[in-house]
Structures are given as structure tokens and as C-alpha cells.
Design a protein around this ligand. Structure first.
Ligand code: GLU
Length: 299
């Protein structure tokens, strides 16, 4: 496919917690199509922030699967394990501005306040053990206009409370890392699954606290299993088959609103992708997820 030239910058950011499944393929393709349609750049970022949940070799397997589906990062792949200094600097900035604070509250302490953390802490500082670091959330509503789903608003203080940005075990939280990296990589639009819709207000709040730009957001419908649940890498949702990419590629493109007739007679990954870029229309992306019958595979 052609080299990118316009300022549009998108990304696909899988966590290496298992093999890519149909839902991940939809997110990868949706973000890639949007970038290609805009003549922009598409970047892959491996979100390996959480070693206990990661599976050895999964990231390389994901990259190999993406390449079998014709999706290669336009720039070198960024790995979050290389980015700890940037996350630490962001945390330091938030602490210096008194937006982030150390918290020793236990789960039981939080249960007593309805499961959410609200400043001030119940637990006293304890120099003998590491704290979690949280962002102090004021009582305000944060909203944004999703490209597909329209207006979404959240009162973060009520929905999630003061949220963790660095965990007791020392790992930086997804919410902080994603904001730091999207800004560092100059991402202009985030395209991802609708399961992350309710994380977006937290990310916008962090962008404001860190004086970073807010990209546009486009949340894609979720592929659901026969029980109506989101497919998940951890649940071993059926992995896509890199050795036989065409059936899953067709299904994913159709899932994103491209009419099957437009894909007829095309029998290579490259031909399907070329046609998909021409046929892709953001207005045709469905707003709600649909069930993908996976029991017998994707062919
Ligand atoms: N790493 C996240 C995941 O695999 C996605 C992050 C994002 O797209 O913002 O669910």
C-alpha cells in the first residue's frame, strides 16, 4: 500500500495477553482503514505494561498475524516496556501539581466508601509498604463527540472515583501510559473497540492535567460471542488464522460496514485491502456490535 503523507496519525495498540481474535482484527482493520482512507500513518504499539497478564511470545505472534492480514506498522513498533521513563515523568508532573497522590487504602477501605476512592484517603501513609498512585478527580462531567457513537459524557468522580495511575506493584496503569504514548506519537485519532468507550473520559482528563492535546475518538462496535459477550483474548476467544487470512478478513470488513458484494471476486489479502480502502465509509460502520458465530471457526 502507498506510503502515508497526510497529518492523520492512527494506531492499533494490542496488549500481548493472548493471540489476536476476531474482535482485535476488527479494531486493527478499522484503525488501519481510517488511516489509509485519510492518506495518513498507521502505527502499531505493543501495550506490554502488565507482565502478570502477558503471555510469552504473544506480542510477536500478534505482529506476525497482523502482517499475514496485510497490516504492517508504517513506523517502528513501540513497546511500552521501553517507555517507563516517560510514564514516570508524567506521574511526577501530576504529583508536583498535586493532581496525583500516594494512596495506601486497602480494598476493604474502598468497599466502605462504595467501591470508589474519594479523597481524602481513609488509610494513613505507611512508610513500610508501597502506595498506589491515584489521580484526584473533581466533580465535573467530561464529554466528547465520538465519530461513530456521538456524544458520550461521564462524571468520573461518580463512575470510577480517584483512579489508579501507578499500581502498588509498581506497574504504570493503562490510562496513564496510553495518554502519554498517544501524545508522544502524535496520534490525531484513536480508533478502538467500544469496550474502551468508558475509559475515554479518564484519558481526556489526564490529557488536560498534563496539558496534552486530545485526539478524536472513534469506537468500533464489538464482536460478541453467541452469549452476547465481548470476545476476549483471555477467554481464549477463537484466534484468527494467519495461515488462512481471507475468511476472517472478509468477515471483518463486512463487520465494518463494507458490503460483501464489493469484496466479491477478490482472492488475495492485498486485493481485498485495496478494495476496502476504496469502499470504506465511516457512516456505514454499525453503531452496535453483532454476534459472530465462532463455534465452527470463521470460514
Ligand atoms: N491495549 C488495549 C487493549 O488491548 C487497547 C488500548 C487502546 O486502544 O487504547 O485492550
Amino acid at each position: 500500500m502507498n506510503a502515508p503523507s497526510s497529518p492523520y496519525r492512527g494506531r492499533f495498540a494490542p496488549s500481548p495477553t493472548g493471540a489476536l481474535h476476531f474482535g482485535s482484527l476488527v479494531a486493527a482493520l478499522g484503525s488501519w482503514l481510517r488511516a489509509r482512507h485519510a492518506g495518513g500513518t498507521w502505527i502499531v504499539r505493543i501495550e506490554d505494561l502488565d507482565p502478570p497478564r502477558e503471555i510469552a511470545g504473544a506480542a510477536n505472534g500478534q505482529l506476525a498475524a497482523l502482517s499475514a492480514f496485510g497490516l504492517a506498522s508504517d513506523e517502528p513498533v513501540i513497546w511500552q516496556h521501553d517507555r517507563h521513563d516517560a510514564y514516570a515523568a508524567a506521574l511526577q508532573q501530576l504529583v508536583a501539581e498535586r493532581r496525583a497522590f500516594a494512596c495506601w487504602c486497602s480494598r476493604t477501605d474502598l468497599q466502605r466508601s462504595g467501591g470508589l476512592h474519594r479523597s481524602p484517603c481513609v488509610a494513613a501513609p505507611d512508610a513500610t509498604r508501597a502506595p498506589a498512585w491515584r489521580l484526584r478527580v473533581d466533580d465535573e462531567t467530561i464529554g466528547f463527540d465520538d465519530v461513530v457513537l456521538g456524544r458520550y459524557e461521564q462524571r468520573i468522580a461518580e463512575a470510577v472515583g480517584d483512579f489508579v495511575i501507578r499500581r502498588v506493584e509498581g506497574h504504570f496503569a493503562y490510562q496513564l501510559a496510553v495518554v502519554v504514548d498517544d501524545a508522544a506519537q502524535g496520534i490525531t485519532e484513536v480508533v478502538r473497540g467500544a469496550d474502551l468507550l468508558d475509559s475515554t473520559p479518564r484519558q481526556i482528563l489526564l490529557q488536560r492535567c498534563l496539558a496534552l492535546p486530545t485526539p478524536a475518538y472513534l469506537h468500533l462496535p464489538l464482536a460478541l460471542d453467541a452469549d452476547g459477550r465481548k470476545l476476549s483474548k483471555q477467554d481464549q476467544a477463537l484466534p484468527i488464522r494467519p495461515d488462512d487470512p481471507l475468511p476472517a478478513l472478509r468477515r471483518a470488513l463486512t463487520f465494518l460496514g463494507i458490503a460483501p458484494q464489493q469484496l466479491q471476486g477478490l482472492h488475495t489479502v492485498d486485493a481485498l485491502l485495496r478494495q476496502a480502502v476504496a469502499a470504506f465509509d465511516v457512516a456505514a460502520i454499525p453503531r452496535v456490535g453483532s454476534i459472530v458465530h465462532m463455534r465452527h471457526g470463521l470460514s
